[in-house]
Design a protein around this ligand. Sequence first.
Ligand code: DCP
Ligand code: MG
Ligand code: MN
Length: 340
Amino acid sequence: WDFSFIPYGPLLTSPKLQELQELHKAKLGEEDHWRAYSYNKSIRAIRGYPKRIQSYSEARSIRGVMEILQTGDLRRINYERTDDVEVTRLFQGIYGVGQSTAFKWYCAGCRTLEDLRNQKGDVRLNSVQLIGLQYYDDINNRMPRSEAKAVFDLIKPLGKYLALSIDSKLFVEIMGSYRRGKHDCGDIDILITRPIDDDKTHSGILARLLPILHKEGIITEDLAIPEDFRDLECVYRGLCRLPQEGSRRRRIDFLTVPWESRGAALLYYTGDDIFNRAMRFKANKMGYSLNQRGLFSGVVRDPQDFRIKSNEGTLVASETEEEIFRILGVPWQEPHERVR
Ligand code: DCP
Ligand code: MG
Ligand code: MN
């Protein structure tokens, strides 16, 4: 038995496990959803197992693990790439397409992006998916760090300029892989916030900034716009480009957060996602709950479903990253160190 594919504890994800889950979601149709359900449960159990599985008896003690090992699916993942997994993976590269849509299109007879363009099998893409299809290569290509900087250098002064006519206290920072110092970025993540004083806030800032960015040809397509631009916490997703000949479309995200959440938001949006999971795990171990809004104590969770909170808890820290690290007893790590 080879247990080496199983990750160390709950802090890491295993690409193999994810592939296994993908395979089962794809393979098992409606008629066999109970089996799919039990597989998902097993995979969660493995993910939640606190140490590396080393023996047969240890593996057997985790519900459902033996079934996965015995069905040979693990072998299939290691040696064989089946058509449906390949195709659904291709389709999921389209922005706005998840596993179930991808599989639906596969079942409709589509195998290539060209098939989707030709609406083979009468498949219908929504407006976001059409953009995702149109810029498939651009979106799936990471940009050099310098390009993320160039875009941000165009946007930041605009934000500031806009803000200056209101006030000069706007905080505009680039987050995600860029802040971690990576050489290439999958997208550009921009955080905006502002201290609340003089009765002023950053409320509505995106409603003013985005039209300017559209007009300048920097933002080219909207993918997801905030429910209410007046909210202090907003998420915007779109495509952007350097306004010059031959530049590619790039993914861009804007996030606005209330000023008092800026530390927790910085922490969350800097990532990476695996580091975040480790921090949340540490917080949970200590009886706290950590999210992009802050570190909370006394959060009561539904015993049936851990994801559901029956009580929001009390805010413990949220204004600085340092404070959250300190309370969790995690030695300070610079953004570039926060990687798997
Ligand atoms: N994030 C997270 N969990 C997720 C998605 C995101 O914790 N499921 C956090 C951590 C990420 C940050 O949000 O670092 C930004 O998300 P991105 O998807 O933009 O990821 P990165 O910027 O880290 O990488 P990339 O270069 O691929 O954009
Ligand atoms: Mg990013
Ligand atoms: Mn992003």
